[in-house]
Design a protein around this ligand. Structure first.
Ligand SMILES: [Zn+2]
Length: 234
């Protein structure tokens, strides 16, 4: 297999996956049936980061055809029909626990239900977005659209652009002014974009603030210990 780059869903580190950390097996559906031959792949990947070392299991099903390929007959895969993240059972990233629990729960559920019900996923993501604006920016208005407008001059311009871009997408945009609990029809791509926005904002807002405070406290700590040193030398 060709080595590929991948982000581990447990520890969020990027690494190159080679043969040592990868195992794949395939089985074929060859019984005559209404929708022709299929191939099913099971794929194990073990995270090469020694501090993590956890495994993921994914399954893929393809259309396949027993075909003559020049010198022999073999199965040649066609279209990918479905893909399942079995372990962990969603692509949700692990975020630190200083992010409020209800936000993390909405985010994780939005990820886990994305394929099955993009509508439900988008509803959870919008609720999560509203929860974040209320918690982080202490802004609370009846409609999500008003809350988003109220943070325009507070957030970093690039972050604002990504929030604004989401508002312009199809049904998500069309229903921003409605109640967040209203269920709207979206496709899995739109649901995915909302999830990525939530991930971006967790990073931009909560994680940046935490790391900034940590750095500043470290500097304050160093300067305090220097003062103590000075005082002791006197
Ligand atoms: Zn890992």
């Amino acid at each position: 297999m060709k080595p590929f780059k991948r982000k581990c869903p447990y520890c969020n580190t990027y690494s190159t996956i080679k043969d040592d950390n990868f195992h794949q097996s395939v089985t074929y559906l060859t019984i005559e049936n209404a929708s022709k031959d299929k191939s099913l792949y099971n794929e194990f990947i073990v995270c090469p980061n020694p501090d993590c070392n956890k495994y993921t299991l994914t399954a893929y099903i393809f259309d396949t055809k027993y075909t003559y390929t020049g010198n022999r007959y073999e199965y040649v895969d066609g279209k990918l029909l479905k893909e399942w993240n079995l372990i962990p059972n969603s692509q949700a990233q692990v975020f630190p626990d200083y992010i409020p629990k209800p936000l993390i729960t909405d985010y994780e559920e939005a990820c886990s239900i994305k394929e099955l019900s993009p509508k439900a996923s988008a509803t959870l993501s919008r609720r999560c977005l509203q929860g974040m604006i209320r918690d982080f920016w202490k802004i609370s208005k009846p409609r999500l659209v008003d809350e988003i407008n109220a943070i325009e001059d507070k957030v970093d311009p690039l972050t604002w652009k990504s929030i604004d871009a989401i508002r312009k997408i199809g049904n998500i945009g069309a229903h921003m002014e409605k109640d967040i609990n209203l269920i709207i029809d979206v496709d899995p791509n739109e649901a995915q974009m909302l999830i990525e926005l939530i991930e971006l904002l967790f990073n931009e807002w909560y994680i940046n603030r935490f790391e900034r405070e940590e750095r500043l406290n470290k500097i304050i700590g160093i300067s305090k210990s220097k003062e103590v040193d000075k005082a002791e030398k006197k």
